[in-house]
Design a protein around this ligand. Structure first.
Ligand SMILES: Nc1ncnc2c1ncn2[C@@H]1O[C@H](COP(=O)(O)OP(=O)(O)OP(=O)(O)O)[C@@H](O)[C@H]1O
Length: 835
């Protein structure tokens, strides 16, 4: 019974992955790596057919060491044609592949044993690869069980030469840009081309093109020996689309078929390799040695699990070579794998044949877990998305128009509008950007499909779907950071609105109070002046009153009142300026601190990156040093000796494992650091915009400071002027007292005494008082009452002013915080052309 039933005997539809529901779960069952042996006919006459091996249907006996090696199938007959080999051994893998499983065929063996011939990666013979392509395209359409399923086939072709990857479909790609990464459980080679091929002809022509670019060279054992590992990859993507309301659900089943022609295992001495060819040999053996180690680790794992029910996972050195990294899924992963061990029938190849047989029989113990990976994507209906986008754009246009034409807006309102516009632009651009992603995805790109991030993005975009009536401020942002920011901004805006209302009410109250205060001050003045005139009249009683002195005293009081009112106004203005200056200074500090923090963080990351780089280098050197020892053994050419001696390295395996783990950890950390550095750089570049804001703020502070100095100087001069007036007036009053009845024209009399308006208590004809002590007392009470009222009003006034200051300060602090958050949390700016 062949290891795999031929394709036609296993009808495709029975084995197809998707259950009737498009979002089925993966199936998971272990499956051994299948190994068959293909013995090349004695094509070289120099060969001597020996009896060292006895070939049976499913096993090989080695007479020299009396060992039996078991396989799934041995193909010895020279009459085994390419067709019969393919249909009995490989074709059923195609049905698995079409069902959604990953599949791998690996051709392994010594130089000249028939790997290239079998796979069809050289020469004119139609090998395994072309036959697989034939079947894949022949049965592809049957896989799409309904009209909603679209199947797409892509092709990739890589070679690993001297431990470097080359993209055979795009040889200009710098090998350094080809990196093996594990994305959502799938091993992918970043930047390697995967080209959509609609038919067999397109795919085979890519195969031929790639083969031409492969590195080959002549050795003593094969005049056209493949010097690299060639990996031809077919990718099948089955996409089923379902639309429910505005949600588009996509179920993608992506399977990969690796067809690998490994470079020949060889002994340097026999191939006659030297110079560059010797270096190639070392690297080829290095890759195969790593592959051997992976096979050994995986087979030991299977053994230990079978025998001792031991569930610990051993360390598998996949990262030791590029080849094992790429094939990580195929060995011990989620692939159905077939190894074709190619051997030579010649006696002189006994040692190489034995090595291949041992190697291959070990691979047969490896257990894989083939699964079908379904990826489910949800996205929004593009029409709704466009509607939202145009709505956002309209809103931006309206606001911009408003901002430009409404000259009555004050600076603050304009700033607020600008902030709103910036936020809207971000939201709109972000939406546009997401939309572009969805469209490009719909059109189908050639890169590997990212899953979770896309899912996340699509979820975010779908959260943009709001009712037509939803106000702009309620439109959620398309990414989490922006959403968070929007929420904060909305909260702050609400707070600000409330503050504005309080502020307006308090301002109204304050205005009314001040008016009242002003009235009472006037009244107090009036009353005091009357009182003074009464007192003066009483004092001078029965002598005639001295209206000049009364006028002088009134002048003094009025000057004093004016002085106090003016000084109070100066001091309020100065206080206000000082508050504004401190608020602006705080704003600058917040912006500068944000920028400094980002810079510092970036420097720390850079430093950490350098340290990690050094660490990785040291670990690599250590790994190389250890491997160097093994290489030297390998170059001695005796594999049996190598296997004996390599046991002595086993004690170091644990150290190797530790080194590998450290390397992996360091690389992971380096990766995440690089991302962080990119994010930080983006923030720093955003914060560069804040330099202009700092300059504006500094200019405002400078202007306000100059104003403050000017006001202080004015206040000082005013005080000086007032002191002079006060001195003069007091002197004149004193002089009047010294000479109660100065003659007109006396030097003590004021020269141009102003006209004095008679008070309600004065006799209009005679200047003297007409009221007695009781009236004076009454007046005193009135004055005292008014003063008290005045005092109370002044206190309320002060209280109100301080309350308003607090409200204003809270408002400004919130504004600063809002702006600082915008600077720190704003999403990456979209490309310029989006605006
Ligand atoms: N089964 C076969 N039937 C007929 N000819 C074969 C068969 N296998 C191999 N050959 C021939 O043997 C020669 C060497 O085979 P091939 O180039 O495939 O070896 P290889 O293992 O790929 O070697 P290398 O590792 O050096 O590339 C070729 O001329 C090929 O045509």
């Amino acid at each position: 019974m062949p290891p795999y039933a031929p394709l036609l005997q296993a009808p495709l539809l029975q084995d197809q992955c998707p259950s009737p529901t498009p979002f089925s779960k993966a199936e998971s069952k272990t499956d051994s790596v299948h190994v068959c042996v293909r013995v090349r006919p004695a094509v070289f006459d120099k060969g001597r057919r020996g009896g060292s091996f006895r070939f049976m249907d499913e096993s090989i006996h080695s007479a020299k060491n009396n060992q039996m090696y078991n396989f799934d199938k041995i193909y010895t007959s020279p009459s085994t044609t390419q067709t019969s080999f393919y249909s009995s051994c490989v074709s059923s893998l195609v049905s698995k592949f079409l069902s959604g499983y990953n599949a791998t065929v690996l051709a392994y063996g010594q130089t000249g044993s028939g790997k290239t011939y079998t796979m069809g990666t050289g020469g004119d013979e139609k090998g395994v690869i072309e036959r697989v392509l034939d079947d894949v395209y022949g049965y592809r359409d049957e896989v799409a069980a309904d009209k909603d399923t679209v199947t797409k086939v892509k092709v990739g072709f890589l070679e690993v030469y001297n431990e470097q990857m080359r993209d055979l479909l795009n040889p200009t790609t710098n090998p350094k840009d080809l990196n093996v990464r594990e994305i959502d459980g799938e091993v992918v080679v970043q930047n390697a081309l995967e080209i959509d091929c609609d038919d067999y002809e397109a795919a085979t022509s890519l195969l031929r093109e790639g083969i031409k670019g492969r590195i080959t060279g002549g050795t003593d054992m094969n005049k056209e020996s493949s010097r690299s590992h060639a990996i031809f990859t077919l990718v099948l993507e089955k996409t089923r689309v379902e639309t429910v309301d505005t949600i588009i659900k996509k179920n993608i089943v992506r399977s990969k078929f690796h067809l690998v022609d490994l470079a020949g295992s060889e002994r340097a001495k026999r191939t006659g390799a030297n110079g560059a060819r010797l270096k190639e040999s070392v690297n080829i053996n290095q890759g195969l040695l790593s592959l051997g180690k992976v096979i050994r680790a995986l087979s030991q794992d299977s053994l230990s699990k079978n025998n001792r029910n031991n569930n610990t996972t051993p360390f598998v050195p996949y990262r030791e070579s590029k080849l094992t990294r790429i094939l990580q899924d195929s060995l011990g992963g989620n692939s159905r794998t077939l190894m074709v061990a190619c051997i030579s029938p010649d006696e002189e190849d006994y040692q190489e044949t034995l090595n291949t047989v041992v190697y291959a029989s070990q691979a047969r113990m490896i257990k894989n877990k083939p699964i079908i990976v379904n990826r489910i994507f949800e996205s929004v209906d593009l029409t709704s998305q466009k509607l939202i986008e145009s709505k956002l754009q309209n809103e931006i246009n309206n606001l911009t128009l408003k901002l430009n034409i409404n000259t009555s807006f004050d600076k603050k309102e304009k700033e607020d509008l600008t902030t709103q516009i910036v936020n809207l632009r971000f939201a709109s651009a972000e939406a546009k950007y997401r939309l572009a992603n969805i469209i490009s995805h719909h059109k189908g790109n050639t890169k590997a499909i990212p899953t979770n991030p896309i899912l996340q993005q699509l979820e975010d975009i779908s959260s943009l779907l709001v009712d037509e009536e939803t106000p702009m401020s309620a439109v959620p942002s398309p990414n989490k950071a922006l959403k968070r920011l929007n929420k904060k901004v909305n909260d702050l805006e609400r707070d600000l609105e409330r503050d504005e209302q309080i502020f307006a009410a308090k301002s109204k109250e304050l205005r009314a109070l001040r008016k009242h205060l002003h009235k009472t001050v006037g009244k107090v003045k009036e009353l005091e002046s009357e009182l003074t005139s009464m007192n003066t009249g009483l004092n001078r009683n029965p002598a005639s009153p001295s209206p000049e002195k009364i006028k002088l005293a009134q002048q003094l009081r009025s000057a004093t009142d004016d002085y106090h009112i003016q000084q109070r106004s100066y001091s309020l203005q100065i206080q206000q300026l000082e508050i504004n200056i401190s608020v602006k200074t705080e704003q600058i500090q917040v912006i500068e601190k944000g920028r400094d923090d980002a810079m510092r963080l970036m420097e720390e990351h850079e430093q950490r990156k350098r340290e990690l780089g050094d660490k990785i280098e040291r670990i690599c050197e250590e790994i190389n040093r250890r491997q160097g020892g093994k290489n030297r053994l390998n170059l001695t050419g005796d594999h049996s000796q190598l296997s004996v001696l390599s046991d002595s390295f086993d004690q170091k395996e644990e150290d190797d494992e530790e080194l590998e783990n450290s390397l992996e950890n360091a690389e992971n950390e380096l990766n995440s650091l690089s991302h962080q550095i990119r994010d930080q750089q983006r923030i720093v570049s955003l914060q560069k915009q804040s330099v202009r804001r700092i300059e504006e703020l500094s200019a405002e502070i400078k202007r306000m400071d100059a104003e403050r100095i000017k006001l202080t100087e004015l206040s000082r001069q005013f005080e000086k002027g007032f002191e002079g007036i006060k001195r003069d007036l007091n002197k004149q009053i004193e002089e009047w007292r010294d000479d109660p009845q100065p003659q007109s024209g006396s030097p003590c009399a004021p020269q141009h005494a102003p006209q004095h308006a008679p008070s309600r208590y004065e006799n209009k004809e005679n200047v003297g008082p007409v009221l007695g002590l009781s009236e004076i007392e009454q007046l005193r009470k009135e004055v005292a009452m008014e003063r008290k009222k005045n005092q109370e009003l002044a206190e309320v006034n002060l209280h109100l002013v301080s309350e308003m200051k607090t409200v204003k300060k809270a408002k400004t602090v919130r504004m600063i915080k809002m702006k600082a958050r915008q600077l720190v949390e704003v999403p990456p700016p979209p490309p310029q052309n989006m605006f």
